[in-house]
Ligand binder design. Structure first.
Ligand SMILES: O=C(O)c1ccc(O)c(O)c1
Ligand SMILES: [Mg+2]
Length: 629
């Protein structure tokens, strides 16, 4: 590969001991690592052992860090710091790395004099150079006197030593809302190292923010792309390295974090260097929504689920030509029930019980979409298939479920016509009014949000909406919707630290993340709900108090209120008079549930105002069911 920057990750990003960290970084495909001193101190082998381990794994040790509180100290600390530096140079030579990161001094006694800082760094660089080593100086956003990249650069420039260079870190620059564009004017060869980190926008103490809430580029809200563009425009040719301090990363499975990290770096580079072909990714797929959802079932659960879907107005529309797979249909909604032994669905059923095991996304170019996914490190999947059946490119989502890429080619028979024996649709069967899939909500285990956000953002170009907190009677649920640019695909993601919330119960019952609810778009929620009730659908009962409050909030007339009340409908309005009217079923097998939604006047949200009422009703229902069994 030509002209690609070496890709590196700091050991502090990853969980486990140094062996776990290096193995994960190497296996996923990083070229190098930054060794954090703490990971070395707590490691039971020598620096030479670490050097050998990295070499055996094919990993460069790109940098050793941090070296703290060095520059501009009064005597006697100044002299002591020079000795301390010599000892760290010994460690670096044993490790086999030539670059140390000096972060700006935070000590109150540090002298406010750039000339002194420059002189001290000059001396350190002179000592380093004697051993063939180099020193990089980084501004910490909370440094005593040096906080911005330009302040650090002025000191480096003034010190004027070939073994001294600048280290820039996107977090420190962007957290202070400092302008990175001037980095483009620096001589690229004087930038010795580049660290990348993103973060959610929190209004908090910058040190706490940095030490606990950083995340990978693309997982947060900082303008990392603009920062990286400036870096690349300088002509910098060294490593791009991820440096994330994050409480959840410290607890997450190390290989997952390593994969997310490399995925984020590949995406960040592609976004920042869209004009450089070497960094290019196939484009974000042109998505037109969800073609189907597939449920993993066994034979008894297939019958049970088919009956449940019948109460929602779905009818059996076809049987697969070669597999124990059925298609249920209504409007543009396709639901597939897969009971085929020895399939991805069967594996999913073994692990998670009755659950959504695959989502079929409709794309204009499935091969390009799958090449993009592969370039972003998604594992693929080849399902066995019968003679003449369509091969659907498939990739694994972070929870192990599949995303299948369905291409709608004009003129060609549909997937359903190709692979299924379709049953004639009876004229009289009108269904209950489902038009399409409005959104599909997944419940995630605590700590998985960043991973899923990055997956949908990188592979499919969905953008995260602002996080909302939903109060369940048993704890808080955090929800963030991933939405395609044209709004046609909506995938809310929910997490909860509390085990007994609706989200927490799902994750423990289903043994992991998965689809928790499916919302169908309808034209007229009241008539659909009435049709569902007529068919025996179990709608979730909503308390009287809710309707009293609705009347007060929106001034709905008595007849409308009575309609809503009679079929357990909830209602919300946005500031622009957009309306959202919706109802829920109780859950299937205490797992997932369905929603019908009617959107009017451009309403774009998900009825968050009603989530507390829904979750309290679910908690009551759940408690009643538990008493019965
Ligand atoms: O939090 C810190 O102290 C710290 C140390 C080294 C770094 O490179 C950094 O960005 C932050
Ligand atoms: Mg840093």
């Amino acid at each position: 590969m030509t002209g690609r920057h070496p890709r590196s990750i700091a050991t502090v990003c990853l969980s486990g001991d140094l062996t776990d960290k290096l193995e994960a970084a190497a296996n996923i495909g990083f070229d190098g690592v930054e060794i954090f001193e703490n990971d070395l101190l707590t490691f039971a082998g020598s620096p030479a052992d670490v050097r050998k381990m990295a070499a055996d794994l094919g990993l460069a040790i790109a940098l050793f860090q941090p070296f703290r509180d060095f520059e501009a100290m009064p005597e006697p600390q100044r002299a002591r710091n020079m000795d301390r530096a010599e000892r760290k140079f010994d460690v670096m030579q044993a490790l086999g790395t030539d670059l140390v990161l000096v972060c700006s001094n935070v000590q109150p006694v540090c002298i406010d004099d750039p000339a002194r800082a420059a002189a001290d760094l000059h001396e350190m660089a002179e000592r380093a150079a004697k051993r063939g080593l180099r020193v990089g100086f980084e501004a910490l956003a909370w440094g005593r006197h040096t906080r911005r990249w330009r302040e650090a650069w002025n000191i480096v420039h003034r010190a004027d030593h070939p073994a001294l260079g600048l280290i820039v870190d996107s977090f420190h620059t962007l957290a202070l809302k400092d302008d990175p564009s001037g980095i483009a004017e620096l001589p690229g060869s004087k930038i010795f190292f580049v660290q990348l980190a993103d973060a959610p926008l929190y209004n908090m103490d910058v040190l706490q923010w940095s030490r606990h809430y950083r995340n990978f580029p693309g997982q947060g809200q900082l303008p990392v792309t603009g920062f990286l563009k400036a870096v690349l425009d300088s002509g910098y040719a060294g490593p791009l390295s991820l440096e994330i301090f994050n409480d959840e990363f410290r607890a997450a499975p190390v290989r997952q974090t390593a994969r997310d990290g490399l995925r984020s770096l590949i995406l960040a580079e592609a976004l920042a260097s869209s004009s450089v072909p070497a960094a290019a990714l196939p484009p974000v797929p042109d998505l037109s929504g969800i073609e189907f959802l597939e449920f993993a079932v066994n034979e008894p659960k297939r019958q049970e689920l088919a009956e449940f879907l019948g109460t929602l107005g779905f009818r059996l529309a076809g049987r697969h030509r070669s597999k124990a797979v059925e298609l249920y249909r209504q409007g543009a909604v396709n639901l597939v029930l897969n009971a085929e032994p020895d399939s991805a669905a069967a594996g999913h059923f073994e692990m998670h019980g009755t659950s959504v095991c695959a989502m079929g996304l409709s794309v204009s170019d499935s091969r390009a979409a799958s090449r993009r996914a592969e370039a972003l490190l998604c594992a693929g999947w080849n399902e066995k298939r019968g003679e003449g059946e369509r091969a659907l490119p498939a990739l694994r989502a972070p929870n192990g479920s599949l995303v299948l890429l369905v291409e709608k080619a004009g003129g060609r028979p549909s997937l359903w016509e190709e692979d299924f024996h379709l049953l004639p649709s009876p004229e009289a069967e009108a269904g209950a009014g489902m038009l399409g899939i409005d959104h599909v909500t997944q419940a995630l285990a605590p700590g998985q949000m960043d991973s899923f956000v990055l997956f949908y953002r990188a592979v499919f170009g969905l953008e995260p909406e602002a996080e909302v907190d939903l109060p369940d009677p048993q704890g808080l649920v955090h929800s963030r919707a991933m939405v395609s640019r044209d709004g046609r695909l909506r995938l809310p993601l929910n997490t909860s630290e509390a085990r007994e919330t609706a989200t927490g119960r799902f994750v423990s019952a289903a043994a992991g993340a998965g689809v928790h609810h499916i919302a169908f778009l309808v034209e007229d929620a009241a008539s659909t709900a009435a049709a569902m009730v007529g068919r025996g659908a179990p709608l979730l009962a909503i308390p009287e108090n809710y309707y009293d409050d609705l009347e007060a909030r929106f001034g709905l007339d008595a007849a409308r209120l009575e309609t809503l009340r009679s079929v357990h409908l909830l209602h919300d309005q946005d500031a622009e008079e957009g309306c959202f009217t919706h109802a829920y079923t109780t859950s299937f097998s205490d797992r997932f549930f369905f929603e019908i939604v009617e959107r009017r006047g451009g309403y774009r949200q998900f009825g968050a105002a009603n989530a507390a009422v829904r979750m309290a009703a679910q908690a009551r229902y759940h408690a009643r069911m538990r008493l019965r069994s």
